[in-house]
Ligand binder design. Structure first.
Ligand SMILES: Nc1ncnc2c1ncn2[C@@H]1O[C@H](COP(=O)(O)OP(=O)(O)OP(=O)(O)O)[C@@H](O)[C@H]1O
Length: 466
């Protein structure tokens, strides 16, 4: 029978080890919380040398000073102090106490040889609308292990939702919104002074930042069930481009087979068509123009910069399926499909973009959806449609477009997008451009204010280097 020898560890070794750990812990605490340690030590020293009244007086004046700062200049106070204090508070009261239970409950900790290994909570930071929790994953875990548990984590920390993103190998960021800035409709955004074709403001992201859309050098496909608010997407883009339209640097082409949406702001479009034959003719015209431009640019330029002679042309198609899948005239359907495919495959480099909206994203209805690099999923009827619009795995990563509320004031205009900078879907809401706003836009474009002349001299057209 094998009996391992029991070796008694000498007390001196145990004590040395404990002292070493204590020393390491103290150094780590000093390194992690230098301000808190220095402040506590300073106040204690003051109390010992001069009496506690001095420390109490100093603390009270400090608190009064901070309250004054917060009242006088909220934004700088929040940036320097407020969010840090809130992050500390939420770390101590929410994340730390519930961490171990949340990890084991969500199945993210591992048991090995009787020991439980948990992912490490690295830090918590707070912003105006969301908390960001940085986590060190356990060895052997994958990003997918976390994305599939996002719902468990949201409930565990009593958040509205949880979104996951990678910081670097092994390090994750969990975003827990504290409030939803997209709950209430966003009024139409102001018409910008400077148009940036790579970042046209259209609404808000769920973290409170501005949601901007790139329109030049890409094509956009927006899908949403009836009443999802596709109109607000169209009009927000048009509104954001208006100064460039007035300056003659952007031309809007509207195809409105439903005859409902774009006709309301008909005057904002350089060219407009509603009947399918007119739409086919107009598309052929744009294709011809695009090909002429390509011939002209060929060998000289590889990208397009909008000028009055060669403006950026944005073709906006409301309910594209009326022109493609639901079109009875086969010849017309073939012509339209061919023109759209040509524009979406060749238009980017020569300054022609297509923004198409549709209700049903199935392949039978829209067989060229893969030719649109940027896609937006508004409220959809079925969960399978989310991946059809945003790409494989988007719903699993949190794009719950089928859960967007059908109540217009809550869910209209809300969408999920995959921004170029990150593959993670982001929840956004387009600003609501009302009928009165559209009338004002028409008036702004067609009746320049006193002193304004038409066309305006070219406005600054901020653009990223291509
Ligand atoms: N961004 C928004 N914020 C708040 N409410 C909105 C927004 N967009 C639209 N709505 C409301 O939702 C209603 C439906 O919007 P809209 O007509 O744009 O939907 P749609 O997706 O174009 O529907 P359909 O495909 O049937 O035309 C509008 O009448 C408006 O009241």
């Amino acid at each position: 029978m094998f009996r391992p020898t029991v070796v008694q560890t000498p007390a001196i070794i145990t004590i040395t080890l404990l002292c070493w750990r204590l020393l390491l812990g103290t150094v780590r605490m000093l390194y992690r919380h230098p301000i808190a340690i220095v402040a506590t030590a300073g106040l204690s020293a003051l109390a010992v040398v001069y009496g506690w009244q001095w420390s109490a007086g100093l603390v009270s004046s400090l608190v009064l000073g901070l309250v004054g700062w917060a009242l006088l200049h909220r934004s700088s106070f929040s940036w320097w102090v407020g969010w840090r204090l809130l992050a500390f508070w939420r770390l101590v009261w929410i994340y730390r106490p519930h961490w171990s239970f949340a990890m084991s409950g969500a199945g993210l900790s591992k048991l090995a040889k009787g020991l439980e290994y948990r992912p490490r909570l690295v830090k918590v930071t707070c912003g105006p609308v969301a908390d960001q929790v940085t986590v060190k994953m356990l060895k052997g875990q994958s990003f997918d292990d976390w994305t599939t548990r996002a719902d468990n984590l949201a409930h565990a920390f009593r958040a509205l939702s949880c979104r996951t993103s990678i910081v670097r190998a092994g390090l994750l960021r969990l975003t827990f919104p504290r409030r939803d800035p997209l709950r209430t409709p966003i009024p139409a955004l102001p018409i910008p002074d400077v148009v940036n074709l790579h970042a046209v403001p259209v609404g808000l992201c769920e973290d409170g930042r501005s949601w901007t859309l790139k329109v030049h050098g890409t094509h956009i496909l927006g899908a949403g069930a009836t009443g999802a608010g596709k109109g607000s997407l169209i009009w927000s883009v048009v509104r954001g481009l208006l100064p460039a339209v007035r300056a003659g640097l952007v031309e809007l082409v509207g195809l409105d087979p439903k005859l409902m949406e774009l006709s309301y702001g008909r005057e904002l479009f350089h060219r407009y068509a509603a009947a399918p034959e007119e739409c086919a003719d107009l598309l052929d015209e744009v294709v011809k123009r695009m090909q002429e431009r390509a011939t002209m640019f060929g060998g000289h330029r590889r990208s397009h910069t909008p000028t009055i002679e060669d403006p950026f042309v944005l073709v906006i198609v409301d309910e594209i399926a009326f022109l493609t899948a639901y079109q009875n005239d086969r010849d017309l359907k073939r012509r339209i499909n061919a023109a759209l495919a040509t524009l979406t495959t060749q238009g980017r480099a020569v300054g022609v973009g297509v923004m198409a909206l549709l209700q049903d994203p199935r392949k039978e209805v829209m067989n060229i959806r893969n030719l649109f690099p940027d896609k937006i999923a508004m409220r959809l009827d079925e969960s399978e449609q989310v991946d059809m619009v945003l790409g494989e795995g988007a719903r699993e990563r949190g794009a719950l477009a089928d859960f967007i509320s059908p109540i217009p004031s809550v869910g209209a205009g809300v969408a999920y997008v995959r921004l170029e900078t990150s593959p993670e879907p982001v929840r956004v809401r387009a600003a609501y451009v009302s009928d009165a706003d559209i009338r004002d836009m028409v008036a702004w474009l067609t009746n320049p204010a006193d002193g304004d002349t038409l066309p305006l001299p070219p406005i600054e057209l901020a653009q990223e280097a291509e």
